[in-house]
Each structure stands twice: as structure tokens, then as C-alpha cells.
Write a protein that binds this ligand. Sequence first.
Ligand code: NAD
Length: 329
Amino acid sequence: MLHTPLTKLLGIRVPVVQGGMQWVGLPKLVAAVSNATQCVITALTQPSPMALRHAIRETRAMTDKPFGVNITLLPTINPPDYEGYAKAAVEEGVKIFETAGNNPGPLIKFFKSQGCLVIHKCTTIRHAKSAEKMGVDILSIDGFECAGHPGEDDIGGLVLLARAAKELKVPYIASGGIADGRGLAGALALGAAGVNMGTRFMCTVESSVHENIKQKIVESNETDTVHIFRTLRNTARVFKNKVSMEVVAIERRPGGAKFEDIRELVSGQRGRIVYENGDPDHGIWSAGITIGLINDIPTCQELLERMEREAEEIIGHISSLSVNPKAKL
Ligand code: NAD
């Protein structure tokens, strides 16, 4: 078994957690992942704080294991009632929160004042250190490989995690680019207490994402994502399709683009329909470059058992290299 500060803090067996995923972090998947390890409901996928309360109750009906809630603070078309979502989740008894995005200070302060455990996701060591000062319990260090928003500094996980090992005092987990036991073993070697995965969990039996999209992920490789919003300094890695390529073309026009020029194309409401009707070209949908590593649609339990087994084997092989330097991994 892989014992780390993460497994100890969260009381889980495998040092793997699922982070927030807009339109994907829904009760059925959260319950399935929480039955095997730790997971978060994505707050903003719910239309209101009241709907989040219902999602929390629905998840509880499917698992007796603890689960958390993700709140991400990024530019949105309709600014959400972040405080309302946070209060609703705390009042429903949620004790674990994943925060991400801009100016998380007030939210982190609120959750800590309520005795909650906070995992804060960030893409630079500078932001990680500042969150550490705010009292977060675990940092989720998100490399450039990740789905969604990688920040604007473009640092890959390998360097970011090695820097985290030198700079951070609180336990940190690796996020972005991990989809198998090899990635888990690599993250542990880089000093992480575990890993956070998104895209990999999207492609499981229990994920509500349409089967066509899961198949699309299985068929795709690591060159099938693209960054949008680069010119607006709100970079997001999404699946490369007709809509995302149109957005990139508009952003590259002489004189650039304003958000209004692409608003209809990138709207989250339009992206949500991709997961419902299974048309991969209907709108924008997030995907990490781990799609190059995803070749099947297992149950969450199967996935986690396999990752644990693979990581243990690899760690064992690495140890054996000192006695047999020709051993192949
Ligand atoms: P939305 O429909 O409000 O916006 C769609 C996309 O456009 C988002 O990526 C958003 O960041 C971006 N955007 C909106 N206004 C912008 C502006 N003025 N300038 C630049 N970019 C702008 O988003 P949604 O799909 O309803 O999602 C709600 C929020 O959750 C967004 O902020 C989104 O980025 C964020 N999000 C969360 C997660 C998560 O895991 N929790 C994952 C992906 C995105």
C-alpha cells in the first residue's frame, strides 16, 4: 500500500483524488470515486447554491464516504454567487474543499474558519506559497499538461513539482498529465503526496459524459488539445474541434479578439450539450493531454486498483535497479 500524507489526511487507500470538472463533477461520478478514494462535486455545475445542496444530498444517498466541493474563481459570463455556494456546502456539512483560480483568499479564510480542510489548486510556486500562508492544508500543483486553465506561465509538471519539493512546507499533490500508475509513481518520486486527476475520471463507466465523448477520448492522442483564450490571459486547454479551432482563428486575427467576439462559441452552456448529446463538435469541452494515455473506459474502482498496482510495481522495479542496473521498466 502507498502510504502518504494525503492518504493519512483524507483517510483514503490510494493517493489519488478527483478535482473539479465543470459539467462533469456530478453526484453519480463523485459518489463512485468517493467510494474508492476522494472526490469533489463541482459547485458551479449546479445552477444555484440551493441546487448544490440537492447535489450534496443526492451524493450522500449514494455513498457513506466523505466527499468535497470544488469552487473555481475565474472569469464567467454570469458571475456566480461564490459566497452562497460556499455557505450552502458548509451548512450541508461538507468538510473538504478544493479551491482554484483568482483571489481565493476570502474563500480559504471562510473555509478555515469553519474547520474545513482546504486543497488549493495553483499553477505557480508563487501562488502556492501565498496559499500556504493563507493556511491551506494541501496544495494541488497544476502543470501545463492540465485540462482547463493552466495559468499563463506555461511550466510543465516535471519542473513545477521538483520546485514544489524544494519550496513548499505543506503536502502537495500533482495535477495535470497523470492518468496511470506510471504517472502516480513519477509524481511520488517528485515529492508529491499523491495525484489529482480529471480527464481520466471523465472517461470511466460512472461518468455521466455521453458514450461518444468517452470513445472520442479513447481514440484521441496527446496532440488533440488546443489552448484557447491565450490572447485574453485566461488560457484554457480544451479538445481540438471545429469550435475551438474557430476560436483560435478569431484570436489570431490582426488586431486580436475581444471576449464578445467569441462569447457565443465558448459559452459553457453550449459546451455542456457536448456531454449530453455526444457531438464532439457542438461546443468547447475541456481535456488534458492525458487523452494520449487513456485507452479504455474502466469503472472508477478498476482504474484505482490498476493505478495502485502499476505504481507499486514501478516503485519496486526502480528499487531493484540498484541490484540489477539492466532491469527494464
Ligand atoms: P462561462 O460560460 O461563464 O464561460 C465560458 C468560458 O469563457 C470559461 O472558460 C470562462 O473562464 C471564459 N470567460 C468567461 N468570461 C470571460 C471573459 N470576460 N474573459 C475571458 N474569458 C472569459 O463558463 P462555465 O462553463 O459556465 O464555467 C463556469 C466557471 O467555471 C468558469 O469560470 C470556468 O472557467 C470555470 N471552470 C471551472 C472548472 C472546474 O473544474 N471547477 C473547470 C473549467 C472551468
